[in-house]
Design a protein around this ligand. Structure first.
Ligand SMILES: C[S@@+](CC[C@H](N)C(=O)[O-])C[C@H]1O[C@@H](n2cnc3c(N)ncnc32)[C@H](O)[C@@H]1O
Length: 204
């Protein structure tokens, strides 16, 4: 990791991901989590205030990037029982069929091996468990899609591996997830980065 990726990028991502429209998106899904929860790519802990402490028994956050002061601050403030694992989601260390809810917000865009990660999530999620997500990704408009595809290589370099053009609902379906709730819209802002999809899924 270079200086930009270690020191500057996490602060930029924390600021951008903390913008009001994105915080409103978190509030639409995170309170649905219950039981033993696994949050993929917990980042700076922006979801922590949105968990319902009456429903969550324990939260495990996983993220390969450990040095985040904002995460420490968020963990200090929360009343949830928490544990952090500084590893990649492609190799989850949990047992099969052990997690009640997986929460994933603005992370499937970035995880290098999304296929492997979704297979791992399928393995650890209980058969009646919920995969809860908010992501940005490939837009429905052809013109916006063209921009997303054209800009993606440079965007990915600048934005810590984030892809503008992943089709998250389609990828979930391809990996045997049944999407039980799905909503979508453009958040205010630059359209190629603002097409949002959110909802929840269960394993088939
Ligand atoms: C755009 S940030 C989103 C952070 C957070 N989920 C949020 O909603 O604010 C993407 C996050 O994915 C994490 N990430 C990247 N590769 C990952 C991997 N292989 N496994 C788990 N998390 C990963 C990054 O470290 C970063 O925290």
């Amino acid at each position: 990791m270079n200086f930009y990726e270690r020191k500057i990028l996490p602060k930029v991502i924390h600021c951008v991901c903390g913008l009001k429209p994105m915080m409103r998106q978190r509030n639409k899904v995170v309170p649905d989590a219950s039981g033993l929860v696994l949050e993929l790519g917990i980042g700076s802990g922006l979801n922590l205030p949105y968990y319902d402490s009456n429903k969550v028994t324990h939260l495990i956050g996983i993220d390969p990037t450990p040095n985040h002061k904002a995460l420490d601050n968020a963990l200090e403030k929360t009343q949830l029982s928490t544990e952090m694992i500084f590893e990649s989601a492609e190799a989850l260390p949990m047992e099969d069929d052990s997690i009640d809810s997986i929460v994933c917000t603005y992370t499937l865009c970035t995880i290098p091996d999304i296929d492997q990660t979704l297979e791992q999530c399928r393995r650890v999620l209980k058969s009646n468990g919920k995969f809860i997500f908010v992501e940005h990704g490939i837009a429905p408009d052809k013109k916006v899609q063209r921009t997303q595809n054209r800009i993606n290589p440079i965007w990915k370099k600048l934005a810590g591996g984030c892809n503008l053009n992943r089709d998250i609902p389609q990828t979930l379906e391809q990996h045997g997830y049944n999407i039980t709730k799905l909503e979508s819209m453009y958040l205010p802002g630059w359209k190629p980065a603002c097409w949002n999809v959110w909802g929840s899924a269960q394993i088939k």
